[in-house]
Design a protein around this ligand. Structure first.
Ligand SMILES: Cc1cc2nc3c(=O)[nH]c(=O)nc-3n(C[C@H](O)[C@H](O)[C@H](O)COP(=O)(O)O)c2cc1C
Ligand SMILES: [Mn+2]
Length: 476
């Protein structure tokens, strides 16, 4: 695996090349080009240099992990045959092993301290933070970022990915959804009447960033240690300049300072594009007062904003969530042969293939999946198919829906499920009442268990017949 973002980009360049864009404007052009490149078939990594108004070398990178191949490269999975269900299967196997925690190693100094800006030299506008989407409320320096905080009571260090908007030379905001570890920690400081010290890394090695985006790292466990475990090697950190927080020694750009309590100062954060593919809301968020900026020579800001289909840019969806769901289902029910979360549906459609073993088995699997922590949230449709269907092959799944699903008898609607304020389908009335729930459809697109044997045989070529025509040399 890689020790910094530069190593990863260099390896991508050698393996498959990337798209270098020179002269783009931070104001919407970087965002539009990124969006277009995500949707091109080979989705190359995009590196922006000579950004309008900025010195050469101050770069932005996007589309880092868009393809299954770059995801596998970033996280040390084999590069062969990793598409669809085989990538999910590789993840499932990897995540089934307990990750051994490895503490970070504190080093005296590192490349992140090549430039240290404090006092009057602090100026967030020195860096080409993009305005990514047309209706965004401002420029975001942190999208592919990590926010580092120490729990004031327990002493451990949390690392989480929460977006960071620039408001003026020394003021930013960090948007942490209620319940995020970082949010719980900042409130602990505020409750004591104190500002919350934070360090924000805006470009870092892939494994560490992965750990900071995966909600599987529990409260009380540092993502630094989890990432060290994934790599089987300690992450090197240096002590901050104005906080005593550990900072990745090879990070590209780090902002250090305090998030003040809400009664001291707030700024209007957003709106910003959300992962469902729609804009969210603007809200008041406590000010992040930046007191020091550390950066490498010619820093690279990592961008990972959501677009219409966000799952491709980051490696936690759909493959990661599919793998986690599969592992969880294996603990609950037998016979699960594949799990797939359809990114085309903003990850709101879940498809599970099973080998049906007893009456009620298919519905049991669907109900289990509809309730667990990963897919219980915001999944609208759960589809169960037989194990001759590859759940990652959407045309296979549509064939099963078109031929094995009886809407009248094999559909259930479950209302009042765990949802979100960013659900575009939440009616204004429900939103005003604070009712953030949505409904789910459970669809059994599999052969009915009790007359499965009588179900018309599917048209296929048997392995014997296939062998025969191959052996005779008609095909290879
Ligand atoms: C690209 C990306 C951007 C994210 N942005 C935010 C965000 O702005 N606010 C937020 O609360 N969570 C955001 N998340 C989700 C959190 O990073 C994720 O839930 C993480 O596990 C939180 O860490 P924690 O459990 O230590 O709080 C984002 C995730 C990704 C992959
Ligand atoms: Mn955490």
């Amino acid at each position: 695996m890689f020790d910094d973002i530069r190593e990863f980009i260099k390896r991508v360049k050698e393996l498959e090349g990337y798209k270098l864009v020179e002269g783009a404007d931070w104001d919407l052009e970087i965002g539009a080009i990124t969006h277009i490149m995500i949707e091109t078939p080979d989705s190359p990594l995009v590196l922006f240099d000579n950004i309008k108004g900025y010195q050469a070398g101050y770069r932005v990178v996007s589309n880092m992990f868009t393809t299954p191949r770059r995801t596998a490269l970033a996280l040390g999975l084999p590069l062969v045959d990793l598409k669809g269900l085989s990538l999910v299967r590789a993840w499932r196997d990897r995540l089934r092993e307990e990750v051994k925690l490895v503490s970070p190693a504190v080093v005296k100094t590192g490349p992140v301290k090549e430039n240290i800006l404090t006092g009057d030299a602090v100026d967030l506008y020195k860096f080409p933070a993009p305005k990514w989407h047309e209706l965004d409320g401002g420029r975001y320096i942190g999208t592919g970022c990590m926010v580092i905080q120490r729990d004031p009571d327990e002493g451990w260090v949390n690392v989480g990915t929460y977006r960071v908007q620039v408001h003026d030379k020394t003021t930013a905001t960090v948007y942490m959804a209620p319940g995020r570890h970082g949010d719980i920690i900042q409130r602990k400081y505020w409750d004591k009447g104190l500002p919350c010290p934070v360090a924000v890394s805006c470009g870092q090695e892939p494994a560490l960033w992965a750990a900071s985006t995966w909600s599987i790292v529990p409260w009380g466990v540092s993502e630094y240690e989890y990432a060290g475990g994934l790599k089987n090697k300690p992450i090197e950190v240096v002590k901050g300049e104005v906080t005593d927080l550990p900072i990745p020694a090879r990070a590209e750009l780090v902002l250090e300072g305090d998030i003040v309590p809400p009664e001291v100062e707030v700024r209007q954060e957003g709106p910003f594009a959300e992962w469902l593919g729609y804009y969210g809301y603007s809200r008041p968020v406590p000010a992040f007062k930046v007191k020091a900026i550390l950066h490498r020579n010619n820093p690279i800001i990592m961008g990972a904003p959501p677009f219409k289909i966000q799952g491709r840019q980051i490696f936690n969806k759909p493959t990661m969530h599919s793998a986690l769901t599969w592992n969880e289902l294996d603990r609950q029910v037998p016979g699960v042969k594949g799990v797939w979360i359809a990114e085309e549906a903003a990850t709101s459609i879940l498809i599970i293939s099973i080998e049906q073993k007893y009456p009620g088995h298919a519905k049991q699997v669907a109900l289990a999946a509809a309730g667990i922590n990963i897919t219980g949230y915001m999944v609208r449709i759960v589809i169960v198919v037989d194990d001759d269907i590859d759940p990652s092959n959407i045309s296979d799944v549509l064939w099963a829906l078109g031929t094995r699903w009886d809407p009248a008898t094999s559909t259930d609607i479950i209302d009042g499920c765990w949802g979100s304020l960013i659900d575009p389908r939440l009616s204004p009335e429900k939103k005003n009442r604070g009712d953030l729930t949505h409904s789910k459809a459970i669809i059994l697109a599999c052969k009915p268990y009790h007359w499965m044997k009588e179900f018309a045989p599917a048209v296929t070529i048997s392995p014997e017949l296939l062998k025969r025509v191959k052996d005779k040399g008609f095909i290879d």
